[in-house]
Design a protein around this ligand. Structure first.
Ligand code: GBH
Length: 489
């Protein structure tokens, strides 16, 4: 029990804060210590798939430099670190009957021990998009129900080998991206799409919804396994993390007010409604008809209530206009330009991102009221315009990113202490500039600058700001927990 009296200006002493990363975006060393191939290895090397044809072979070299990264975390003073495990380092061929790779287990085991020695709570994602290539070749990866058993087996190995020390598990990172970007738009691995200019195979009208369905089932059965066989002895918590940005009606016309809800139904409700409420959103059934797969009654029992918290990745707010035929956005058009021509906020390097902290606060309130689960913000971040072409000194003076985090940390505090949202964690994306998927290394999300010629790391102003802000707002007493504490749930 926290002994701290709530103060309007503070977060509780057990509030988790830190930075997030993902295996494929930082590790490099893709063919050492027995790692198997993931779908991103080959995909990133196909012509035209990533900006400048860049890949993850080196990335930020964190498989080699992980101790340096830990020094950085200590320097920032975080109390938690979110990272992901590469499935293909643990089980190189991915499947339930395939051999386990002890060298891969050792790598993450060392990382976990080193974090705990430094008083940093490991917050672990089991799947951040790097599917073992062999599973894609065997049965199409997320397109087959076969994957449920293979994923659950992989999760079991992780619970068995790391669960004595890891108390926070995320089954999946952003099912919408896995489904839509990987199997609908075809811009992420495995790059499937109906667009034959882009992909030799795929059916964007059915496959994204099938992939999403199998992601939900895999998550749900892994969560069931954890709660039935590990939770009582290991005492941790498990959930899923969803991407989702706030949606505002473009104006107050009834069709645009409805459009904003439709946008949320497809971006968030597609996964959150079955997991927290027990059914797909009515709007998705209406939009997709029998292209939306259905759960059997037995599956639904497993899916409903399968996430013990709401894991939230969020970056921006969209103004929503009814119209268009993009099912992936709920047949809604997004813009940042208001009817009077003004912009919602400061433009980031990526077209899809503007800074709008009010939206962050509104989204937190929406999710809390609708899904009624404690919220862990597992990603939030900003890419400064043209940062890649700046000199290092200029890039680390990242004022637009500082502004972004100023706004969002204030919004976080207000959502928790004024609005009563049950907020328990905040992770800024990302500890380092890293491999930004299809955008290669040009778009930088790091709160630490990486010089890719030398792999030297330079804390940006934003990294210092976030560290300072949380030091001031999270009472220090219990920050340096040496022992992973048992959760009271
Ligand atoms: C996160 O996704 C990822 O988890 C992380 O790996 C990544 O590095 C980080 O964001 C920064 O991008 O409709 O094609 O224009 C963020 C969620 C959802 C953001 C889709 C971009 C629009 C893509 N993403 N969104 S598109």
């Amino acid at each position: 029990m926290s002994t701290h009296v709530a103060s309007p200006n503070k977060l509780p002493s057990d509030f988790l804060w830190g930075f997030a990363t993902a295996s494929f975006q930082i590790e490099g060393s893709t063919d050492v210590d027995g790692r198997g191939k993931s779908i991103w290895d080959d995909f990133s090397k196909l012509p035209g798939k990533t900006l400048d044809g860049r890949d993850g072979d080196v990335a930020t070299d964190s498989y080699q430099r992980w101790k340096e990264d830990l020094d950085l975390l200590v320097e920032y003073g975080v109390n938690s670190y979110r990272f992901s495990i590469a499935w293909s380092r643990i089980i190189p061929l991915g499947g339930r009957n395939d051999p386990i790779n002890e060298a891969g287990i050792q790598f993450y085991s060392n990382l976990i021990d080193a974090l705990l020695e430094r008083g940093i709570v490991p917050f672990v994602t089991l799947y951040h998009w790097d599917l073992p290539q062999a599973l894609y070749e065997r049965y199409g990866g997320w397109l087959s129900k076969e994957i449920v058993e293979d994923y659950v087996h992989y999760a079991r190995v992780c619970f068995e080998r790391f669960g004595d020390r890891v108390k926070y598990w995320l089954t999946m990172n952003e099912p919408w991206c896995i489904s839509i970007l990987g199997h609908g738009r075809g811009v992420f691995a495995p790059g499937r799409s109906s667009d034959r200019m882009r992909s030799p195979e795929g059916d964007s009208s059915t496959e994204p919804w099938i992939a999403g369905h199998n992601v939900i089932l895999s998550h749900a059965y892994a969560s069931k396994l954890y709660r039935e066989e590990f939770k009582a002895t290991q005492g941790g918590t498990i959930g899923i993390t969803l991407n989702g940005d706030w949606a505002l009606p473009y104006d107050d016309s009834p069709e645009n007010v409805a459009a904003a809800q439709h946008a949320l139904d497809v971006a968030i409700g597609w996964f959150a409604d079955p997991i927290y409420l027990g059914h797909y959103p009515a709007y998705m059934k209406e939009m997709l008809g029998d292209r939306l797969p259905t759960f059997t009654p037995e599956e639904l029992v497993v899916v409903k209530g399968s996430s013990e918290f709401y894991g939230m990745n969020t970056y921006t707010t969209n103004l929503c206009k009814a119209g268009g035929d993009d099912e992936f956005q709920g047949k809604v058009e997004y813009t940042f330009t208001r009817p009077d021509g003004s912009q919602l906020g400061t433009q980031a390097h990526c077209a899809w991102l503007q800074d709008y902290p009010e939206g962050f606060r509104q989204l937190l309130n929406y999710l809390w009221k609708r899904y009624k689960h404690p919220i862990y913000v597992t990603e939030n971040g900003f890419a400064v315009k043209d940062e890649n072409s700046m000199a290092i000194e200029q890039a680390i003076a990242d004022h637009d990113r500082v502004q972004y985090f100023k706004g969002n940390t204030d919004a976080l505090l207000a959502a928790r202490n004024e609005d009563g949202v049950d907020l328990r964690a905040y992770f800024a994306w990302s500890l380092l500039d890293n491999f930004e998927w299809a955008d290669g290394y040009v778009t930088r999300f790091g709160l630490t600058y990486v010089d890719y010629d030398t792999q030297k790391r330079y804390p940006k102003e934003s990294g210092k700001f976030v560290a300072q802000w949380f030091k001031e707002h999270v009472p220090k007493e219990t920050l340096a927990q040496k022992e992973p504490k048992r959760l009271e749930l």
